[in-house]
Structures are given as C-alpha cells and as structure tokens.
Design a protein around this ligand. Structure first.
Ligand SMILES: CC(C)(COP(=O)(O)OP(=O)(O)OC[C@H]1O[C@@H](n2cnc3c(N)ncnc32)[C@H](O)[C@@H]1OP(=O)(O)O)[C@@H](O)C(=O)NCCC(=O)NCCS
Length: 308
C-alpha cells in the first residue's frame, strides 16, 4: 500500500473516485454533498487546498482510498473528508490514510469532525476505534422545484429586508445565540454575501427578530439553506415561514436551480415541520461525530510538523 499526497496532478482522479463512491449509501460522506457538482464545489471551498489536505491510497496502480482534512483555526475545528475506501481491508487502509492526513491539520485545532450516512457502517466502526463520540444525527432534507408549496402567510407585521451593515451587531448576537458552535461565524457569513449568497433579515418595528442565510449554487443546479433562525421570544408567529419563503423564492428565481436542500438535527421537530409544510422531504439521515481536545490528548507518538 502506498499513501501519497493528492497534489494537483491527482486532483481529477480524486474527484472521480469521490463521486463514484460517495453515491453509495454505505460509503457516503456528508461533506462531499450529492453528485459531481457538489463534490467539486465542496473541494473548492476548502480552506486547506485539497492538493495539500488530501491523501490517496494506492494498492499497486489502483486508487483504493482517499481521505482529506480541512480546518479553520478561527474556530479551532477540522473537518475530515472521508475516509472513502474501496478495499477488502477497509479499516487498515482508512487508518493509514488517517495517520497521513492528520499531518495536514494546522496547530491549535482542538476538534475533528466526521460526517457520514448512518448506513456507512465502516465509518461507524472507524469512529468508535478512534474515539470519536456521536455528536448528532441530522436529516438531509430537500425540495424539488416542482414540489414547492408556499403556505399562505399569517397576518403579520414582520418585514423582510436584505442585510445591511447597520444590523451587524443584532445579527451577530442572534446567530451566536442560536448556533453557538456552528461552522460559520456571523462575520464569515456577511463576508460571503454576493450575487449568489444572500442574508434575509426579518424585522418587527425596525428590530431584527430572525434571519435566513442561503445560497444558489448555479453549477450544482441547487440551492442550499445554511442557517434560518428566529428569536426565541418570537417563535410560532409565522416569521420562520416568511423568511424561508423569501429565501426559496430568491433561490428559485435562478432558472438553473432545480432543487434546494439543507441539513437539520433529526430531532428538531419545529424546523422539520416548517420544511415539510413547504414540500421538503427527508433524503438521508446523517451522523456527525466530534473528537475534542486533539492537540492535547491524541496521538502522542505522532508529532505534527508545523505547517509551512
Ligand atoms: C425553526 C424556526 C426557524 C421556526 O421559526 P418560527 O418563526 O417559530 O416558525 P413559524 O412560526 O413560521 O412556524 C412555521 C411552521 O413551523 C411549525 N412549528 C413552529 N414551531 C413549532 C413547534 N414548536 N413545534 C412544532 N411545529 C412548529 C408549524 O407547523 C408552523 O406552521 P403553522 O403555523 O402552519 O402551524 C425556529 O423554531 C428557530 O429559530 N429554531 C431555532 C433555530 C433552528 O433550529 N433553525 C433551523 C436549523 S436548520
């Protein structure tokens, strides 16, 4: 078995392998999304370029496994993309790839996440052996354009506006209260806003009470809802539905967008009910694992070289 860094020269081989394996429920890794366009856009969004963050395993000339890491020092978290392995000795190939991939994780990262379909039993065994506790179960839900049913809005005094910098403090407070440990900070969200990434704010009497951050991924022919949230004291008054409708209407205004999806905790009943009202259906159930305290606890025998 030979493990080598992906490098630019193996990138297309990596993509082909990921797309082929990730389509099977028993291999599926959530961070790659569904299909080739999703895989390419996930790889393009990695902070650590895949050429540096991904490792490939070869048995002779045959590519049998890939594993990658991405990491954000600002939130001290790494995301493990894989392992995706096609070999009779799945666990050994996965372990060798993990050992090689860990070297790409920058110093100061204290959490590592794995994210897979619940039917990926090899990954469940890998997570258990490497001390990754289950963090959450998430439903991946999606809406096909043809199935969009927009519920009639309640009588409401809410208004929906686009984000403007005057609202940054209110937005940041709301986002960190609702999603204290999530993958994008409020600052990172507002820095992403452009023609295909939009942040809707729901206001009452000029005060922000909720928001919806979503994006249209034209190449992937899909839309994605990253965050929707309503101030706790305002729930059940229809603001979530109005914010969701505003984002869906905007994403579907791109003729290329055929489908909208999102990931939600499998036990988040209010959110699932809200999405079901609009015609979303559950596509997969995913399991997230998170190992904490990596810098101080694990792999004492494996020195992590400083990143260049
Ligand atoms: C999910 C969330 C945005 C809904 O916002 P909201 O303003 O309360 O939603 P609405 O008042 O528009 O309700 C819309 C529908 O959701 C359902 N719903 C809302 N609250 C509910 C609850 N507590 N239990 C069950 N269903 C509920 C209802 O079916 C409602 O439709 P109806 O009015 O026709 O009955 C809100 O609960 C929230 O911010 N939760 C915390 C953040 C979060 O979990 N976001 C989703 C992450 S993917």
């Amino acid at each position: 078995m030979k493990i080598i860094p992906c490098g630019i020269e193996h990138f297309e081989e990596l993509v082909d392998f990921v797309v082929r394996l990730n389509g099977h429920d028993s291999h599926h890794i959530g961070f790659f999304g569904e299909g080739e366009a999703d895989a390419r856009s996930s790889l393009a969004e990695c902070i650590i370029p895949p050429a540096e963050g991904f490792q490939l395993a070869y048995d002779g000339e045959r590519l049998v496994g890939v594993f990658g890491v991405d990491a954000d020092p600002e939130i001290s978290r790494a995301w493990l993309y894989g392992p995706l392995v096609e070999h009779a000795d799945w666990q050994t190939v996965a372990d060798e790839l993990y050992a090689a991939s860990e070297r790409a994780i920058p110093d100061g990262i204290n959490e590592q996440d794995l994210f897979c379909d619940v039917r990926n039993l090899n990954l469940a065994a890998f997570a258990e052996r490497h001390g990754f506790p289950v963090r959450s179960e998430n439903a991946v839900v999606s809406l096909e354009r043809a199935n969009y049913k927009k519920p009639s809005p309640h009588e409401t005094l809410f208004s929906i506006v686009d984000y403007s910098p005057d609202f940054f403090e209110q937005f940041e407070r709301c986002h960190t209260t609702l999603f204290p440990t999530t993958y994008f900070t409020a600052r990172q969200i507002v820095e992403k806003l452009n023609a295909t990434h939009r942040l809707f704010l729901g206001r009452e009497d000029g005060i922000m009470k909720g928001y919806h951050f979503c994006k249209a991924e034209i190449d992937a022919r899909s839309g994605y809802i990253d965050f929707i949230g309503v101030d706790e004291s305002m729930r059940g008054r229809g603001l979530g539905a109005i914010l969701l409708a505003a984002g869906i209407d905007w994403m579907l205004s791109f003729p290329e967008v055929d489908k909208i999806s999102l990931t939600v905790n499998a036990d988040n009943v209010p959110a699932l009910k809200l999405y079901n009202n609009f015609g979303f259906v559950t596509e997969r159930v995913m399991r997230g694992y998170r190992k904490k305290g990596i810098d101080v606890q694990s792999h004492p025998s494996l020195p992590l070289p400083p990143r260049p």
